[in-house]
Each structure stands twice: as structure tokens, then as C-alpha cells.
Design a protein. Structure first.
Length: 175
């Protein structure tokens, strides 16, 4: 790795010198020859660090592990996170609209999703935040028609804008 660093430093140095000589050299045919000679000198100077060991350059000499910090990244996890958040957002909108279309004053719904053993997405629970908890049974029946045997948590909106949990229970589908 030191040889590569040395070769890069020499190349940069020779590039600077070549540029300076190119600027101050007269504009004749001598300039073309001067640039050719400088190019050969630069090439030899860059190859010189490797010539010390008989031009042996192996991949063992190049170790990027210590010099470059690589972040491990799992694309599959990010895709799952994006899928989960998008699916939860869609379910939240759907259940909030379902409640409001049936005259159940709902502030919002929060859907909790999980993958089952077969890798299928299922709704673990639905938290319904109502303005009036007397409509809780109607909300529970509507949701159970869509997703039977899902845990439904009914909460009420407080006056100060925070949500207070009223009841948390898992029930069987109403008969």
C-alpha cells in the first residue's frame, strides 16, 4: 500500500511540474519534445516504487479495508421498512375513512402490522381514537367485518390534544 501511495504522490508531483514547464516553455516544436520527455520521466518515476521488488505488484499489496470505511447496508431491511410504513399508512387512511363514512367521529386510526411465519403481512391490532367512546362498539363491529379476530383498542381524544386509552381488549367477532 505504501508503494501505491508513493506512486500517486510522484504522479501528482510530476503533473504539477509538467504543467508549470508547459506554461513557461516557448511555443515551438521544442515544446512538443519537452512534453514527451517529461511524460517518459513521469512514467518512470511512477513505476520506480514498484521496480524495487522486481515489478511485483499483487492484490495482497492493495488493502482497502483499513483505509476506506465501508458501511454495511441492507437493502432488504430498508425495503421492508418502506413497505411497512406505506402499508400502515394506507390501512390507517382506510379505517379512518371507513369510520367517518359510517358517522363514527374518528380522529385517526393506528394500524400495527407484522409478518406471519409464511411471510404474509397481517394486521396485529388497530387502535381507534374516537371523539366519542360511546361509538366504540359500532367501530369495533365495522372493523371486525373487515378483519375478523383482530385486537381493537378504543381510545378517546382528550381536550388538550393528547390521546387517553379507554379500553384495551381482544374480543371475538360479535355475533
Amino acid at each position: 500500500m505504501d508503494k501505491i501511495k508513493q506512486a500517486l504522490l510522484i504522479a501528482c508531483f510530476m503533473g504539477i511540474i509538467s504543467t508549470m514547464i508547459n506554461i513557461i516553455a516557448p511555443g515551438s516544436s521544442l515544446k512538443k519534445h519537452l512534453i514527451s520527455v517529461l511524460g517518459i520521466i513521469a512514467l518512470l518515476a511512477v513505476l520506480d516504487p514498484f521496480a524495487e521488488d522486481g515489478f511485483r505488484l499483487t492484490l495482497d499489496d492493495i488493502s482497502l479495508e483499513n483505509d476506506i470505511a465501508s458501511d454495511t447496508y441492507s437493502a432488504e431491511e430498508e425495503v421492508n421498512d418502506i413497505f411497512f410504513s406505506e402499508a400502515a399508512e394506507r390501512y390507517n387512511e382506510y379505517f379512518t375513512d371507513l369510520m367517518n363514512k359510517n358517522d363514527i367521529r374518528t380522529k385517526k386510526t393506528v394500524t400495527s402490522l407484522e409478518f406471519n411465519a409464511e411471510g404474509e403481512l397481517f394486521i396485529k391490532s388497530i387502535r381507534v381514537i374516537l371523539y366519542d367512546t360511546s361509538q366504540g362498539d359500532d367501530a369495533r363491529k365495522l372493523i371486525w367485518q373487515e378483519v375478523p379476530e383482530t385486537e381493537i383498542i378504543i381510545e378517546q381524544v382528550e381536550d388538550d390534544g393528547t390521546d387517553e386509552e379507554i379500553s384495551e381488549q381482544t374480543e371475538k367477532q360479535p355475533e
